[in-house]
Design a protein around this ligand. Structure first.
Ligand SMILES: C[S@@+](CC[C@H](N)C(=O)[O-])C[C@H]1O[C@@H](n2cnc3c(N)ncnc32)[C@H](O)[C@@H]1O
Length: 277
């Protein structure tokens, strides 16, 4: 029997509190007020940081008072950036208790808690009652969530008429069939990797019009390779702050990402789409 996947097997997620230590190291003492413009330099768990979040704000035209949902919010980085830049109301859904707790602390320290609401829950289980969203956004989270057809429909139902989505996600790569899928799924906590055709077809079938779909594979291969090279150079400083085990965990994860992109086990996509009524 195949063993059930556990999210903490993915070594990127070992210790949510590490960001608090990083902030202290940067001179922001525990509990002190923060500016989201500073925190956003280290709280984004996807590629190209807030440049990608700004793309979403611009592409979807997220405005003041808009109702936005972020699925898989991690430390809450994208949600805080959207709220801070636009004054939109953002609901940030996060599965992991420790990440959600740290996200809430950072949001309060940034003075954004009237705009960003954090909820620790599995998106599959989350009940929003009659709440509808103008925009739904998600960075590198949907591939973690099982039942792609079900959650794609749920995203569609949660949108107001004409609502829009911005998604960055991992997919199967062109050599996925040659990969050790069990290992890949464990390393990435991957529960719903599909190929690009199925990805886009699934969105259309749920009732979305694709505005744009960009294959990000080459870009993300370069990004993850550079990230690994840079990280290896930080060994001394990183271990002083977080210890050798945390360094090895992160090195392992960053190396695996480079490996999976380079052998085409995985690929990446950025999709902007609109709900058809
Ligand atoms: C790679 S992180 C990205 C975090 C954030 N979007 C960012 O870019 O900074 C993906 C996040 O999705 C969360 N996640 C995974 N499955 C989820 C689920 N079923 N419901 C809600 N969040 C989930 C993970 O716990 C993780 O924090």
């Amino acid at each position: 029997m195949t063993k059930a996947l556990v999210i903490k097997d993915m070594k990127l997620y070992s210790k949510a509190a590490s960001i608090i230590a990083d902030l202290s190291d940067l001179g922001f003492e525990q509990g002190s007020p923060l500016d989201f413009n500073e925190v956003c330099k280290i709280d984004q768990l996807h590629y190209h940081g807030v440049a990608s979040v700004q793309l979403a704000i611009d592409a979807l035209t997220i405005e003041k008072n808009a109702n936005v949902l972020e699925i898989g919010a991690g430390w809450g980085g994208p949600s805080r950036f959207i709220a801070g830049k636009t004054n939109a109301q953002v609901t940030a859904i996060e599965l992991q208790k420790d990440f959600n707790e740290v996200a809430e602390i950072l949001t309060v320290r940034c003075g954004l808690d009237t705009l960003v609401t954090h909820r620790q829950i599995d998106f599959l289980q989350a009940d929003f009652q009659d709440l509808k969203f103008d925009h739904i956004v998600s960075w590198l989270a949907l591939f973690h969530i099982p039942k792609r057809e079900f959650f794609t429909k749920k995203i569609h139902e949660l949108l107001s008429p004409g609502g829009t989505i911005f998604i960055e996600d991992l997919m199967q790569g062109s050599a996925y069939k040659c990969a050790d899928v069990q290992l890949l799924n464990k390393e990435l906590f991957a529960n719903s990797l599909v190929d690009e055709n199925n990805y886009l077809q699934g969105l259309r079938a749920a009732g979305f019009e694709i505005i744009s779909a960009e294959n990000m594979t080459a870009d993300w291969f370069t990004f993850t390779s550079e990230r690994l090279n840079f990280f290896l150079k930080t060994h001394k400083k990183f271990t002083k702050l977080h210890g050798e085990k945390a360094f090895q965990d992160k090195r392992h994860f960053y190396s695996k990402m480079v490996e999976f992109f380079s052998d085409s086990s995985i690929s990446g996509i950025r999709v902007i789409a609109k709900k058809l009524d």
